[in-house]
Design a protein around this ligand. Structure first.
Ligand SMILES: NC(=O)c1ccc[n+]([C@@H]2O[C@H](COP(=O)([O-])OP(=O)(O)OC[C@H]3O[C@@H](n4cnc5c(N)ncnc54)[C@H](O)[C@@H]3O)[C@@H](O)[C@H]2O)c1
Ligand SMILES: [Zn+2]
Length: 353
C-alpha cells in the first residue's frame, strides 16, 4: 500500500488513523509499507465504536496533525471500518481546508459501501452523520485478507449492503448472491472478490453519475432500505442492531409496500427476504409501537406529514422512489403479516430502551 499511497498523493508524511484492535493486527504492516515507500509514517489510535465519530475526536486529530507538523503535503490514512473512514475523511476534508486521504477499509461494509463515494462526516449528540462533507479518497485499498478477523455477524451485516445494491441495480448480482452468499460469508476467494468488486463498481458508477445526491439523481436509490433502517437505529439507540441488519429489515418492508402499491410484482419481497435470511440477517422490524416509528420517521422532516422519498424495488434489480408520508410508509395494518420471521424467540425491542 505504501508505494501506491506515495504514487497517488506525492505525500511525504502519512498519519494512519485506526482503532486498538486493528492497530495491533494491521497497522504495523501498513506503517512498514509506508516507510518503505519513503514516507514518514505515524499512527493515531482512537477508541472503537461510533462514539468516536465526534467533533471532539476530530479536534483531537487536528491537534495531533499540528503537533506532527502535517501540512498539505501530508496524507491521512483511514485503517478500519466505516467509523474510522468517516472520521478520518472528515478530518482530512477540513484540516487546512482539505488534505488528501486514503481509505484502507477492513470491514465488508466499509469495503463495499462506506469507503467509496466520498461522503465523510461525524455524528452530533442529536443525530448520526449530521455534519459532513464530500471528500473523495485518493485511493481505496482493499485487502480481503483483513476480513479473516471480522466476526461473522459483521460480515453478514456488510453483505446486506451488497444485497441492497443487487436488489436496486443488478439482477445478475442478485442471482449470483442467491447461489453464492454462503461462500461469500465464508470468505471463499472467488465469490468474495466477485461480490466486493461488483458492489464497489456499482457504487462508483452511481456516484460518478450523481456525486452530490441530486434531487432527481440516482444516488438516492442507494437509500433503499435506509429510511426505516434509520428509524430502527434511532429506536434501538444504535446498539443491539447493526446498521446492515437494520437495512435488511428496511428493505423487506419496502419491498412489501412496493408490492402493495403494485410497483413491484408479487414475489419480490419473498425472494429478497429468502436471500437475507439465508445470510442470517433479520427481516422483521423490532416491535416498537407504530407511533414510535412514525415519530422517528418524522424526525428530520419539518412538516408532520411531509413526504419522504421512499425507495422501493420495482422488481429484483431495479428501484425507484415513491413520495410517501410516514403514515403511508407504515400503514395502520402494517403488522398484519405473521411475524414468523422475527429474530429467534425473543422479539427485538421487547426489552424497550
Ligand atoms: N460514508 C459513507 O458513505 C457510509 C456508508 C455506510 C456507513 N457509513 C458509516 O460507517 C460506520 C459503520 O461502519 P462499519 O460497519 O464498518 O463499523 P465500524 O467501523 O464501527 O466497525 C465495526 C467493528 O468491527 C471492528 N473491525 C473492523 N475491521 C475489523 C477486522 N478486519 N477484524 C476485526 N474487527 C474489525 C471495528 O473495530 C468495530 O468494532 C457508521 O459510522 C456509518 O455511519 C458511512
Ligand atoms: Zn447503509
Amino acid at each position: 500500500v505504501g508505494e501506491e499511497v506515495a504514487r497517488r498523493t506525492g505525500a511525504r508524511v502519512a498519519v494512519v488513523v485506526t482503532v486498538p484492535v486493528l492497530a495491533r493486527r494491521y497497522a504495523p504492516v501498513a506503517l512498514r509499507s509506508l516507510r518503505a515507500a519513503g514516507l514518514r509514517a505515524h499512527r493515531v489510535v482512537v477508541p472503537d465504536g461510533d462514539a468516536s465519530k465526534s467533533l471532539a475526536r476530530v479536534r483531537q486529530l487536528y491537534e495531533v496533525l499540528l503537533d506532527l507538523g502535517v501540512d498539505r503535503s501530508g496524507v491521512l490514512v483511514a485503517l478500519g471500518g466505516g467509523m474510522v473512514g468517516d472520521l478520518t475523511g472528515f478530518a482530512a476534508a477540513t484540516f487546512l481546508r482539505g488534505i488528501p486521504f486514503v481509505q484502507i477499509p477492513t470491514t465488508l461494509l466499509a469495503m463495499v459501501d462506506a469507503s467509496v463515494g466520498g461522503k465523510v462526516g461525524v455524528n452530533l449528540p442529536r443525530g448520526k452523520n449530521l455534519v459532513g462533507a464530500f471528500h473523495q479518497p485518493r485511493l481505496v485499498w482493499i485487502d480481503l485478507a483483513t476480513l479473516g478477523t471480522l466476526p461473522l455477524r459483521q460480515r453478514a451485516a456488510g453483505l446486506a449492503e451488497v444485497v441492497k445494491k443487487a436488489a436496486a441495480f443488478d439482477a445478475r448480482l442478485f442471482e449470483r448472491l442467491e447461489a453464492e452468499a454462503g461462500d461469500v460469508l465464508a470468505l471463499a476467494q472467488g465469490p468474495l472478490l466477485a461480490a466486493v468488486e461488483r458492489a464497489c463498481a456499482i457504487k462508483a458508477e452511481v456516484v460518478r453519475r450523481d456525486e452530490r445526491e441530486g434531487e432527481a439523481g440516482v444516488r438516492r436509490l442507494l437509500n433503499f432500505g435506509h429510511t426505516l433502517a434509520h428509524a430502527v437505529e434511532t429506536l434501538t439507540g444504535y446498539r443491539r442492531v447493526l446498521h446492515g441488519e437494520a437495512v435488511a429489515m428496511g428493505m423487506v418492508h419496502a419491498a412489501r409496500r412496493s408490492e402493495d402499491l403494485a410497483v413491484a410484482p408479487a414475489g419480490t419481497a419473498a425472494r429478497l427476504e429468502a436471500l437475507l435470511r439465508r445470510i442470517g440477517l433479520p427481516t422483521e422490524l423490532p416491535r416498537f409501537p407504530r407511533r414510535a416509528y412514525l415519530a422517528a420517521l418524522r424526525v428530520d422532516k419539518k412538516r408532520r406529514d411531509a413526504r419522504i422519498d421512499y425507495i422501493v424495488p420495482r422488481g429484483i434489480g431495479s428501484a425507484t422512489s415513491v413520495p410517501l408520508t410516514p403514515a403511508e410508509i407504515l400503514p395502520a395494518r402494517w403488522r398484519r403479516r405473521p411475524a414468523e420471521g422475527c429474530l429467534g424467540s425473543e422479539p427485538m425491542g421487547a426489552r424497550g430502551r
